[in-house]
Design a protein around this ligand. Structure first.
Ligand SMILES: [Zn+2]
Length: 315
């Protein structure tokens, strides 16, 4: 089968053996997949991953328990060992021996076929298109912001880094009723926020130390420093970014201003499916390009271009 393999360099190979599902797993045939900034960070060397990339996908179950056969599914990307203390508390995303498809210790979704434990699968209803279903995983990650931080309707919230993930975060936070502002760098971002009635501003036009919550989706050190400028004393910074490098920042400002910094990663897929089903979040506007899987190398290159939103791979 074909797979987009990262092994020092990125190569689309067609000699990868079919994965064999274990007794608790299903064999999935990929339908569509999405490129995430984490994929680009991994290519840049973040975490030293080697293997098949990809963790945003929708697929069809072609082998496994009867109740799953033929189902269109998305999947929780973290695979816990089910025995450690975190797994026993139901926190598989922090499993002591965590694997995550296409990120850590496990092959991902940029391949014709993949395996995943059936406990990780979520049925996708017929009302959700393949294109939209690819966004379930990143939308769940956006929802994780409000899992970690209480955002009150009186809060002023600033989202920095209006890329693929930031656009979803802004839309999710808008549902809280809070005063959400997106920090934009170009007109395309402002126009997109405007269609969802989310105000935008250039960073230099925002008052310093006035936001109760700042969500940093930039993936770079400047984003974290900008968050430190914007958050009010005793406010909260939510970090949605993974960094290939270590961001230089004045951490004493966190102590002096008593800032709370909250890390936030993967979120609840069932909730993301509910939002898509109810049409409460617009994801299809975020699709900037689509490629057939045989052009996956070019697709990943295109996804890394400045200002690109979602790039889809079609199997
Ligand atoms: Zn575990």
């Amino acid at each position: 089968m074909r797979a987009l393999v990262l092994d020092g360099r990125l190569t689309l190979r067609n000699d990868i053996p079919m994965p064999q599902p274990m007794s608790d797993e299903a064999l999935l045939r990929l339908r569509r997949a999405g490129v995430c900034n984490t994929d680009l960070e991994l290519i840049a060397g973040y975490k030293g991953f080697s293997g098949t990339l990809g963790h945003e996908f929708v697929a069809e179950v072609i082998q496994g328990p009867e109740m799953w056969l033929g189902q269109r599914v998305v999947g929780e990307i973290n695979v816990g060992d089910e025995t450690c203390d975190f797994c026993r508390r139901g926190i598989t995303s922090q499993c002591r021996h965590r694997q995550a498809i296409g990120i850590a210790g496990r092959d991902g979704a940029f391949a014709d076929y993949m395996t995943l434990p059936t406990r990780n699968l979520y049925h996708v209803s017929a009302t959700i298109s393949d294109d939209a279903a690819v966004f379930v995983e990143p939308l769940a990650a956006a929802l994780q912001v409000i899992e970690g931080v209480h955002i009150a309707p009186r809060d002023r919230v600033v989202v920095i880094g209006l890329g693929k993930l930031g656009m979803l975060v802004a839309q999710v936070l808008r549902l809280t009723g809070a005063d959400v502002v997106g920090v934009v760098r170009h007109e395309k971002q402002a126009a997109m926020l405007e269609r969802w009635h989310i105000p935008s501003a250039a960073i230099e036009d925002l008052p310093t130390q006035r936001a109760q919550v700042v969500v940093d989706c930039t993936g770079n050190a400047e984003g974290f420093n900008a968050a430190l400028d914007l958050v009010e004393p005793r406010g909260t910074i939510v970090l949605k970014s993974t960094y290939a490098g270590i961001p230089p920042a004045d951490l004493s400002r966190i102590a002096v201003n008593e800032i709370r910094v909250v890390g936030s990663r993967c979120g609840p897929l069932a909730a993301a499916l509910r939002l898509l089903e109810a049409g409460l979040v617009d994801v299809e506007a975020l699709i900037d390009a689509r490629y057939p899987f045989e052009l996956a190398e070019q697709a990943l290159e295109h996804a890394a271009a400045p200002g690109m939103l979602k790039v889809l791979l079609d199997f």
